[in-house]
Design a protein around this ligand. Sequence first.
Ligand code: SAM
Length: 210
Amino acid sequence: MRDWIGWHDAYDDPASSLARRLEVVKRRLDQALDSLTTTRPRLLSLCAGDGRDVIGVLARRVPSLAVTALLIDSDPKLTARATAAAGGAGLGSVQVRCADAGDIASFADVVPVDVLMLCGIFGNIDHSAVKNVIQATPGLLNVGGYVIWTRGGSEPDRRPQVRSWFESAGLEEVAFDGTPQPYGVGVNRKTPRSALSPTRQITDRLFTFA
Ligand SMILES: C[S@@+](CC[C@H](N)C(=O)[O-])C[C@H]1O[C@@H](n2cnc3c(N)ncnc32)[C@H](O)[C@@H]1O
């Protein structure tokens, strides 16, 4: 199994592409939260790691914060870090769950949400499975809700295909940050028109890490 704690160490170097990607994800999340009209938006982050993307953004919104969030990761050390960070930032409405995010039972109690974070997942599951996740995504979102996702740009560059799969699933592209950066950060939105595209109903697993 991959050392996910060690993977997070790259965030410590502000010049690393991971640290630069983090800044993009945070900015996009901030913008998404700003544009939501729901009074108490719900956020779900799958494979959330130590949650620094979400917690960093929500922490800046205390005390006016109205967002409730669920962060899921399967590594107990990372979820402990996320719990500590959320507590330290006074984010009482952020729940951290140590669970298998590929199992829909792990988050069935909170969907649909207004923001779904799928960061650091698509490069770690079979590429054909990425399409399945994307086709199921509209069913996890409220109308007007956003999915924020990442996909690295290593060859073969899968970013264009991921973007087109989101469009085909009826999720309108709001922003995409990619080339010349080695990462891709996408933001797609569920609109009333999204209902015209078929949504894949997930019955058991959303994805399995390779
Ligand atoms: C590439 S990291 C991304 C972390 C975070 N989203 C980020 O972008 O900083 C992948 C994360 O997925 C977690 N993970 C792997 N398999 C998982 C599963 N089945 N359920 C939940 N988390 C899982 C790992 O522990 C790791 O924190």
